[in-house]
Design a binder for this molecule. Sequence first.
Ligand code: NAD
Length: 361
Amino acid sequence: MGSLLSPSPLALVPFVSVAQMMTLVGRVGLDTLLKSLADQIEADFRRWPVFDKMPRVPIHSRDGVIEVMPTSDGSYYSLKYVNGHPANLARGYQTVTAFGLFARVDTGYPLLLSEMTLLTALRTAATSALAARYLASPSAKTMAIIGNGAQCEFQAVAFREIVGVETIHLFDVNPDATAKAMRNLAEVGIDARAFATREEAVARADIITTCTADKRNATILTDNLVGSGQHINAIGGDCPGKTELHRDVLLRAKIFTEFTPQSRIEGEIQQLDDDYPVTELWRLISGDAPGRETERDITVFDSVGFAIEDFAALRVIHDLVGRHPDLAEPLDLIADPDDPRDLYGMLKRALGTAASNGATD
Ligand code: NAD
């Protein structure tokens, strides 16, 4: 138990700031962290039926969307706040920012608060690479990335570490974005090549990642651009009315989703009938459903981002903070009166303390 002025340890919630997340990535290593995230997401996808699942809860506006993404496995609970504002780029802001919370179910007390802008990029890349490890041709060595913004390098590094991709082809309508990605990827020893057109970028790629941001039904990939055997990792279509693939690409492909009820609302498959057959990735991971069956299959991972990926990511960060306590700072977040029923008394004592200290406003 503690007072307002000296909270008890139970009331202090570890908080991982952006600066601490960067220190954590540096200490653990980006490659190792991406692999840990992919392993935890894979393990949690294997436990899929135990989770409470719902499509995320969005509030849409003219410029974007703000969403909350909750889930629980019965012992722990997680919640992410995330926005998606494609027009932010022109304002000098990021398209996607996020923070999240990990809590215990038995008491409802939070165990961790964390920045999740970086963590979302990391878990998205880990999920994409995990899906590709199951779906892409085992001989895949080259990936095209269309859209070279915030997510791009995370995807490239994750695919190198988890899938074994050796060469990245880059294309963006904004050459500055491609130049930025070229610089960043060169620093981590990735063989990245810039292309002047998306046609050239995707032509000889085994995997195509689309991660553009535009709040409309875009056609980043038309049917003629996709050849047999390619795996498409479509992450930018993640909102109603915001897609990246032409419908004909979907009709030729085997489609894999995260949580299908959410993907029907937000994913590429919003372009298809509500009963169009798709396979949830967790079934493939659990050995319940087939993935790629021939070298000629076209596979699509219709990624929108699902709460269980954030749950897994927060759990990994929670475990790391347990081993590296200096990577979080204690937040006085939970009111903790000496008598749990006397919240008012705790406030009254604090007001008395303030008055005796001469506070006037
Ligand atoms: P960003 O705004 O930083 O980058 C997007 C890039 O796409 C920009 O460089 C822009 O110039 C480029 N672009 C736009 N239209 C293009 C086109 N027609 N052809 C080629 N390039 C084009 O955004 P980000 O943070 O990298 O996110 C990319 C997308 O991924 C967003 O739509 C975001 O909502 C989505 N996203 C999905 C998940 C998921 O889990 N599926 C997670 C995070 C982000």
